[in-house]
Design a protein around this ligand. Structure first.
Ligand code: WQD
Length: 341
């Protein structure tokens, strides 16, 4: 939809940069805003190379600064905003909850308050973590949300409720929450990808860093779960597929196709994969043996969760397309590029 401008808050990050690429390639103008507290400009520079666009506006700012958010909307005619800006380390949120509640909630309330005055559409980056340990699999959007396992997960649930209640109360707003399952991989160009700071919490960056030799050995957290091979099952979704879902959601908001002013979508493949199955797939597609050991369970992990993506398939016209092999090959290509290979 040309002529429309989308604000991507936290747009220099892993998911934000991949979404920016897909928005530009779909014909949108994009404004990227980020306080660079959790990343540098590596991915933003990669976005410019992939799209061939040196003119993408970048605004270094903090969404907790209300005046800065107001100025952003005054400086650019923003038709829709995608809100990624927020902290996302589950463990850190347990040790420093106030950092997470303050940053993740204030930044979101600021953008909503300003967007309301400017007649905005808001797309919120939510997470399947709101489902906790699901009672039924695959998980649909009607599944009950469970008590969050971490302050990080709780901020996702609270932000969903803030968006739902503000849309209901204020006629100027429309909103969609996208509940991601497990985003993995990197852009096929290997110009953008995941840049975890310090020791990776998540599985795939830990695998690729072990494979490249940055980490000694991957610990598989538990093989005594009630699953076929004893390891946890997840719905690993390719980051480019995930990014394309955001373009579909923005199109739905801006084209007036929404059937309610607040909608929720699960963004997953619908394909459960265990930790060991993913490790084996990585070894096979990249033709290597990975050094791993079985370790004790990690507190807070759910046994199994995967999406029923039917609602997103039908209403967003979106479906995950990339194979796990392609995704793991792109993750490895990105890690090798980071190592200068
Ligand atoms: C996946 C599986 C681990 C690392 C989290 C957040 C979620 C979203 C994605 C931000 C689990 C196992 C992991 C390792 C392992 N984050 N694992 N060894 O926990 O499903 O989801 O990240 O938006 O909100 O909750 O992802 O990649 O950390 O773990 O065995 O070194 O891999 O036990 O079973 P998770 P994960």
């Amino acid at each position: 939809m040309s002529g429309k401008t989308v604000l991507v808050s936290g747009g220099a990050g892993f998911i934000g940069s991949h979404v920016t690429v897909e928005l530009i390639e779909a014909g949108y103008d994009v404004v990227v805003a980020d306080n660079l507290s959790n990343c540098d400009l590596t991915c933003f520079e990669g976005v410019k190379k992939i799209t061939g666009r040196e003119d993408i506006p970048f605004v270094e700012m903090d969404f907790c600064d209300f005046q800065a958010v107001e100025k952003l909307y005054d400086d650019y005619k923003i038709d829709a905003a995608i809100h990624f800006a927020g902290f996302k380390a589950v463990g850190e949120s347990v040790s420093d909850p106030m950092k997470y509640y303050h940053n993740n909630l204030v930044s979101f309330m600021n953008i909503l308050t300003v967007a309301r005055k400017k007649g905005g559409c808001i797309l919120f980056s939510s997470s399947a973590t709101v489902y906790g340990e699901p009672d039924k699999l695959p998980v649909t959007e009607e599944a009950p949300r469970k008590e969050a396992e971490s302050p990080y997960g709780n901020t996702k649930r609270i932000c969903e409720d803030i968006l739902r209640d503000c849309v209901a109360a204020y006629g100027e707003l429309k909103g969609i929450s996208l509940r991601y399952f497990n985003p993995i991989g990197a852009h096929p160009s290997a110009l953008i990808g995941e840049l975890p700071r310090g020791v990776p919490n998540n599985l795939v960056p830990y695998i690729t860093q072990t494979a490249i030799g940055k980490r000694e050995c991957l610990s598989v957290f538990g093989d005594d779960y009630p699953t076929p091979d004893g390891t946890c099952q997840r719905d690993f979704i390719d980051i480019v597929d995930l990014a394309k879902a955001h373009v579909c959601a923005v199109e739905r908001m801006l084209s007036g196709k929404m059937t309610a002013r607040y909608e929720i979508y699960n963004i997953g493949t619908g394909r459960p994969l265990s930790v060991l199955e993913l490790v084996k797939a990585f070894e096979k597609v990249n033709n290597m043996k990975l050094n791993y050991k079985i370790a004790p369970r990690r507190p807070g992990d759910v046994t199994a969760i995967w999406a029923d993506p039917g609602k997103a398939n039908r209403e967003l016209g979106w479906k995950a397309e990339r194979s796990i092999e392609d995704t793991l090959a792109s993750a490895w290509k990105w890690e090798k590029r980071l190592a200068g290979e």
